[in-house]
Design a protein. Structure first.
Ligand code: ZN
Lengths: 373, 833
């Protein structure tokens, strides 16, 4: 390298001639553009921006220039190097993008492959149906009450105005529990309804009482397509000042709308239950045929057996005798009660043809219902 | 109660166009449960006519008797020539009048009739049986009509084959609707039409020369009417109209006298009994039975009587079980089997409902009579019913009514109910007004007096009306439930689900989320279930609650464990080709108390005392809620992603932990021994920090697997949720999450194979102190390198401080302290040391 020379003219240094610098710049830019892989680009980078590259060498010459010439030469080289670096970066980005795209293509998989590595579970639709009904009432302000399945006869029958000789008592085919001496006089049965839970609630708390009572109940029916000896009910009870049949109707209407949907007619048929008076059976207009199958053999309806109505359950105004037996003053309080059979609702709401499917525990039946209903 | 529409119209002048379905709809809205409307003869088409058998040729050479007949059908066949018919029945003779169906007709089925060749003859029609005409299926023989009908007469009309029958399920409070009279009354009210009451008859007053009757138990029998008819033609047959009405109502015609008593019972609701007067010895007495007395009832069964049974007796002893069934010794005699009955005593009595209900139950004899007495019969209808039967015997059987009329009546207080005129309004939540209330009560037969406070006397056929609410119900139902408005009660703010209810839901959700499918099994089981589980004879689970009347004698007990039902469901699924299974059940088990008692039956006219209520509960078994799972097959399936995993004991233990986590409770696991689990693969599950065992989990004993036909290595878990959650969920305090770096150190320890991993981990935790953030067992190794009867446990320890970056020295010191504790407590040796 030569020593600084104050009279030295930059134009006379070959490497700093503008046409030489421009050529070096253009060669570098061309080399980068020509690189088709990141490796080639790397080589071009070493060749055109490395220590031995033309521009680096030229840059070094600047130091030897007289002070007045340094600025112009520096500017010349700086601009060239800026252009070269910009071209390099641009190409680098381009080639990396090309590489990434190639790798992602190579990593592609068949996303339609089936994957059942994590086992699937499900809750029984009767469980989730009960919860849905419970939630409807909890949202209205009710509480959920539960009680024992093996129950005192007094609570299952007597307290509900079903005395020992009441004809309705033989209507319900009851499982009796053996007494300690092996006889039937234990005073204990498998509850035939969840109503004893209502009685327990009234015995337990002061009105106002608003409860729903879900649970398993028992009758001595053989299992077939439409009967099961063990089934589920949800009963409801409201005891407060001024409760009337009208309150019952409004409450059931809300439940039906939440559970099945609106726009369906309800039919209230007078009926008889010892624990309510007046008593009613509630029929829901068939939501499949909307009654159009009645007397119309060309359009039979399986859901309602072409009756046009589906039995939803029984209900009524609580018989004051029940209130008395449970220690509630019938002159101050009145109430309503209703009971729904969940199996029947499930059959209708979800087109289940055979009740046996609900009790046999075949996982193929339950799985499609998932976690909610 | 089966009600033929044609019969009903006799008492209510229903509009001519009303169909059975129309009438049913009205009755349903008034509270009668009309189950079906049967169309009799709906698809029947004539010609169906009376025929006279002219000749019978017995064809031979066939497997059964075949008759080739010529029958005079008048002009019904268009030619007047005898009709040639082949018939397979033999219960008719030349000259008999029969029912002939001609070609072109259609019998119920539908079953079209045409002329055809059969047994080498032409058969242009059929001689019909009752079954073929849809009249009833009690016998196959063809119908032989009384001789008075002309050949060619239309038999569809004659036999009243086209009708509609309403089948009504009568609720216990409406005993009066077990009669045409009662149903007609409801129909009349529903249509606003007058009722022609069949019990409104002229009856001669009681006198002293009727058949002698003594009522020794007026509480059991408060009314006894007896009438006698003599000179009855024992060969007289029930006329067709009578037989047809009985058949349509579902009662088989038997003999004229019996048919008449049944007919009157259907008509006015009063059960009657007919005695052969010549077989009754001396006066009739009504009394309770003496212990050990016997009676042979009409069905031929000799019954030993209970002292509670109410009896009809004569000098020979019991001749009837009152209100339930008559005795054989005074039965009306069939003239086919000797001299028939010519003198009849008709009994129309009123018996105590409870006495009859108990007797029918005790002797397992639910009869048409007992069904009515149980639900309440109109005591004032007895005289009319007896009169009606007498009239029919006279009319049809040519008898003579004797002048004596016996009528013993215990005095009846008049039942009056006081009701506020606005009670129906208050019950229904609407405004009917006093006039409507009064009118509706009068419509059902009540007499009503008063203004704001009404004095109401219910009719004698409504024993169910006893208090003001009964009357309010009548008004509301007759006004129509559909006309009651709907509104919502003002429910005070609720408290939502209880903690226990939320926990039960979470447990279900957690198990389902972990891949378990819920099943619900019946809780019934028998000894064989316990045998299969290999329970020891003294195992507490063998102490069960037993049923008096199980569905299946093999399964008389209630479950004390969920496993039998759950494993049954598992096997059922396997049998159906569902091989990879994880199922769960939640539900109660039934555990008898140590001291067994009988539940009392307190009075119902006031709240029982707390002591009485406690006694009720003391008689019930404990009924804790359990959860159980069972697994078999692949827990994690193999697939294109690689190898899966078979379900095994650890999955069952993990299911218990899943349950515990859902309940917010920490479990401790230790080696256990409990049937039906594998003795070496059974985990005993405890609430952490307590001695409370809440359940077991693991692989089932191979013997159990074999006995129950389960897949090899079936695993199961059962946990008592009530025990698990007895202390409630632990309150979680938010942890202070350290932002300083973690220091990880591994350690491998060799211990005796019998040392539980849980103990080693507990020692490490305790020794490591509070710098230990987490510990994880990542390998278990056995083999030569670690020595016979030994195992190597490899742990990854993560250390972190809350307030600083740990130095390597600090982490190492903590690890060494952990190892030292494990060495001290479990005899562990540091591997590679
Ligand atoms: Zn339908």
């Amino acid at each position: 390298m030569s020593a600084p020379n104050k009279s030295y003219d930059p134009v006379e240094v070959e490497a700093l001639k503008p046409e030489v610098v421009e050529q070096a710049r253009d060669e570098a830019v061309a080399a980068f553009a020509a690189a088709s892989t990141l490796d080639e680009l790397k080589q071009a980078k070493v060749a055109h921006t490395g220590d031995r590259s033309a521009l680096s060498l030229a840059n070094r010459e600047i130091g030897a220039l007289p002070p007045h010439a340094k600025a112009a030469a520096g500017k010349l080289i700086g601009q060239a190097r800026g252009a070269v670096n910009q071209a390099l970066a641009k190409r680098q980005v381009e080639l990396e993008a090309e590489r990434d795209a190639r790798v992602l293509v190579e990593e592609a998989v068949d996303v339609t492959l089936p994957y059942d590595r994590a086992p699937r579970g499900a809750r029984h639709p009767l469980t989730t149906l009960a919860e849905r009904i419970e939630d409807t009432f909890v949202a209205m302000g009710y509480q959920v009450a539960e009680g024992p399945e093996v129950e005192a006869e007094w609570l299952n029958f007597d307290a509900l105005n079903l005395g020992p000789d009441h004809p309705a008592r033989s209507m319900q085919d009851t499982f009796f529990v053996q007494a300690p001496d092996g006889s039937a006089d234990s005073g204990v049965v498998l509850r035939t309804q969840t109503s004893p839970v209502q009685a327990r609630t009234l015995l337990d708390r002061e009105p106002p009482v608003y409860v729903v009572c879900p649970g398993r109940v028992y009758r001595t029916d053989e299992l077939d397509a439409t009967h099961t000896p063990v089934f589920r009910q949800v009963e409801g009870l409201a005891v407060d000042e001024g409760i009337t049949f009208a309150d019952l109707k409004g409450t059931i209407e809300v439940l039906v709308e939440k559970l099945i949907g609106g726009g369906l007619e309800l039919r209230w048929r007078p009926s008889y239950f010892p624990f309510t008076e007046p008593s009613a059976e509630i029929d829901l207009q068939c939501f499949v045929c909307r009654g159009e199958s009645v007397g119309n053999p060309d359009r039979p309806c399986r859901t309602c057996s072409s009756e046009g109505w589906i039995e939803l359950g029984g209900c009524g105004v609580v018989n004051p005798r029940v209130l008395v037996a449970c220690g509630v003053d019938p002159n101050r309080y009145s109430g309503f009660a209703f009971g729904l059979g969940l199996e029947r609702i499930l059959m209708n709401r979800h087109n289940v043809a055979d009740m046996r499917d609900m009790v046999e525990g075949d996982v193929r039946f339950t799985l499609p219902f998932g976690m909610e209903i | 109660m089966r009600v033929p529409l044609s019969w009903l119209r006799e008492y209510v002048d229903l509009p001519a166009g009303e169909t059975g379905r129309d009438v049913a709809e009205r009755l349903v809205r008034a509270g009668l449960e009309v189950e079906t409307v049967e169309q009799l003869g709906g698809d029947l088409k004539g010609p169906l006519v009376v025929g006279e058998v002219l000749s019978i040729e017995e064809l031979t050479g066939f497997k059964k008797p075949i008759r080739h007949c010529f029958v005079n059908v008048g002009d019904a066949n268009g030619t007047g020539e005898p009709q040639e018919i082949v018939c397979g029945a033999t219960n008719f003779a030349v000259g008999d009048k029969v029912v002939v169906v001609l070609p072109g007709a259609v019998l119920p089925g539908p079953f079209p009739i045409s002329a055809r060749q059969t047994y080498g003859q032409t058969s242009a029609g059929m001689i019909c049986s009752a079954r073929e005409l849809g009249m009833g299926d009690d016998h196959d023989g063809i119908i032989v009509l009384p001789p008075e009908f002309e050949p060619g007469t239309d038999a569809i009309e004659l036999l009243q084959l086209v009708d509609e029958v309403l089948d009504i399920a009568v609720t216990p409070d409406r005993g009066y609707c077990l009669s045409l009279r009662g149903v007609a009354r409801e129909a009349a009210a529903a249509y606003g039409l007058p009722l022609a009451d069949p019990a409104l008859l002229d009856v001669p007053p009681a006198n002293s020369f009727g058949y002698l009757v003594k009522v020794a138990d007026p509480a059991g029998c408060d009314r006894f009417v007896a009438r006698t008819v003599v000179g009855v033609d024992p060969t007289a047959k029930s006329p067709i109209w009578l037989q047809r009405r009985l058949q349509k109502a579902g009662i088989r015609p038997i003999s004229l006298t019996v048919d008449i008593t049944n007919y009157v019972m259907l008509e006015v609701g009063q059960p009657l009994h007919a005695y052969d007067k010549q077989r009754v010895e001396g006066p009739i007495t009504v009394r309770r039975a003496e212990q050990g007395e016997t009676l042979t009832t009409l069905d031929g069964v000799k019954r030993t009587l209970s002292a509670e049974d109410l009896l009809i007796c004569d000098n020979s002893g019991p001749i009837g079980l009152a209100g339930v069934m008559g005795g054989a010794s005074t039965e009306i005699l069939d003239p086919a089997a000797g001299p028939g009955t010519t003198e009849v005593i008709i009994e129309a009595a009123h018996f105590d409902a409870v006495a009859i209900a108990r007797a029918a139950k005790r002797h397992k004899l639910p009869s048409e009579a007992s069904k009515r007495f149980e639900r309440g019969v109109d005591p004032e209808a007895a005289r009319a019913a007896a009169q009606r039967a007498v009239d029919l015997l006279v009319l049809i059987a040519g008898g003579t009514a004797e002048a004596g009329v016996t009528d013993i009546a215990a005095p009846h207080p008049v039942r009056t109910i006081t009701i506020a005129a606005d009670l129906p309004d208050r019950v229904a939540g609407t405004a009917y007004g006093r006039e409507t209330v009064t009118r509706r009560l009068q419509e059902i037969g009540c007499s009503v007096a008063g203004a704001d406070i009404l004095e109401v006397t219910p009719p004698t056929w409504r024993p169910d009306l006893t208090d003001p609410y009964d009357l309010a119900e009548e008004v509301i139902r007759l006004e129509g439930y559909d006309n009651v408005p709907a509104r919502m009660p003002n429910v005070p703010p609720g408290k939502g689900l209880t903690e226990a209810q939320r926990t039960h839901r979470r447990i279900g959700v957690a198990l389902a989320g972990a891949g378990y499918v819920e099943v619900n099994n019946y809780p019934f089981l028998g000894e064989s279930a316990f045998e299969a589980l290999g329970l020891e004879p003294e195992d507490r689970r063998r102490r069960t609650v037993k049923l008096v009347n199980p569905l299946n004698d093999e399964e008389p007990a209630l479950r004390t464990t969920l496993l039998p039902g759950l494993l049954g469901a598992l096997r059922r699924n396997v049998g159906r080709g569902n091989t990879d299974l994880a199922i769960y059940e939640t539900g109660t088990v039934f555990l008898p108390k140590d001291e067994l008692t009988v539940a009392p039956r307190p009075a119902v006219d006031h709240r029982p005392s707390n002591e009485e209520l406690a006694e009720l509960d003391a008689a019930l078994p404990d009924q804790p809620r359990r959860v159980a799972v069972a697994l078999a097959g692949e827990r994690l399936p193999s697939g294109w992603w690689g190898q899966g995993a078979q379900a095994f004991w650890a999955d069952a233990v993990e299911a218990a932990r899943t349950v515990a986590r859902a309940a917010g409770v920490e479990l401790t696991v230790r080696q256990g021994q409990q049937a039906p689990w594998h003795p070496g693969r059974c985990a005993e599950l405890l609430v952490a920090g307590t001695d409370r065992v809440v359940g077991h989990a693991g692989e089932l004993h191979p013997r159990v697997v074999k006995a129950l036909g389960l897949p090899a290595r079936t695993s199961a878990m059962e946990v008592d949720i009530d025990l698990l959650t007895a202390d409630g969920a632990e309150k979680v305090n938010g942890p202070a999450v350290s932002g300083f770096p973690v220091a990880t150190q591994d350690v491998a320890l060799i211990v005796d194979a019998a040392v539980p991993a849980a103990d080693v981990e507990a020692a490490l935790r305790s020794g490591a102190g509070e710098l230990l953030e987490a510990i994880r067992l990542f390998d278990v190794f056995t083999g030569e390198q670690v020595g016979e009867g030994r195992k190597s446990l490899a742990y990854a320890l993560r250390f972190r401080a809350a307030d600083r970056t740990l130095t390597a020295e600090e982490a190492t010191a903590a690890r060494e302290a952990a190892v030292a504790e494990a060495v001290a407590r479990t005899g562990a040796v540091l591997r590679g040391a």
